[in-house]
Design a binder for this molecule. Structure first.
Ligand SMILES: Nc1ncnc2c1ncn2[C@@H]1O[C@H](COP(=O)(O)OP(=O)(O)OP(=O)(O)O)[C@@H](O)[C@H]1O
Length: 209
């Protein structure tokens, strides 16, 4: 089912960033979000996943699969997020980074989930690698695998491809859009790249605040 975001006001102490925005994102589709720097794109994602910093105020409602989630703690919302920085733990192997995202259970089953997640992002064979030895695109794919291992019911993407070169960006976009479709979850992608918009179901543009 869909992700619905209703923003009455999203504000800093100084100004209203977003007012009167209503998005409905169907499962299996990617909705793109564009807007000038400082217009509130990252803040909107933070409001949806529950990580809004102190000082910002969200007045609105978020529904996932027909249930209101903005009143729930972050971890109960079932919303995954992928940032421009991959935020992998440098002192852990790729496998350990991924295992971290798998809920408790028998180790063999958890290892199998990690192996499947690596296969999904075309990174089989990197379990024992140190993330620091991987390229930017490979690290992005590991971060995507980690986000998906938590079995999110919606995915938020905050410019995750912006540091990648053009060819890699196309490949990553195809991978992410394909996984969103295969998992049949709604996704919201913040981007500055018109190439992302062309492939997405819908576009919303925020105005400068
Ligand atoms: N904790 C905070 N307290 C006060 N103001 C904040 C806080 N966090 C962000 N802001 C302000 O909110 C505005 C929106 O920031 P946000 O990061 O959401 O914009 P953005 O559209 O994602 O920008 P960019 O494209 O540069 O990443 C900015 O003016 C920023 O300075």
């Amino acid at each position: 089912m869909s992700l619905q975001i209703h923003v009455h006001h999203l504000s800093t102490p100084a100004t209203t960033l977003v007012r009167g925005l209503h998005l409905q994102i169907a499962p299996g589709t990617v909705h793109t979000l564009m807007g000038p720097s400082g217009s509130g794109k990252s803040s909107l994602l933070a409001a949806v996943c529950g990580t809004l910093p102190e000082g910002l105020r969200f007045d609105g409602e978020v529904q996932l699969e027909g249930t209101r989630i903005d009143t729930l703690p972050t971890q109960a919302r079932r919303v995954g997020i992928l940032f421009q920085e991959d935020l992998l733990f440098a002192h852990m192997t790729v496998g350990e980074n991924l295992l971290f995202a798998v809920p408790a259970g028998p180790r063999a089953a958890r290892d199998a989930q990690v192996a499947q997640a690596l296969a999904d992002v075309e990174m089989t064979g990197t379990t024992h690698a140190n993330p620091a030895t991987l390229s930017g695109g490979q690290r992005t794919r590991i971060a995507l695998a980690r986000a998906l291992l938590a079995q999110p019911h919606a995915l938020l993407l905050d410019e995750p491809f912006s540091k990648l070169d053009a060819a890699l960006k196309d490949r990553m976009r195809a991978l992410v859009f394909g996984l969103v479709k295969a998992r049949n979850i709604p996704a919201l992608l913040v981007t500055h790249d018109v190439g992302d918009v062309a492939d997405a179901a819908h576009l919303t543009q925020l105005a400068s605040s």
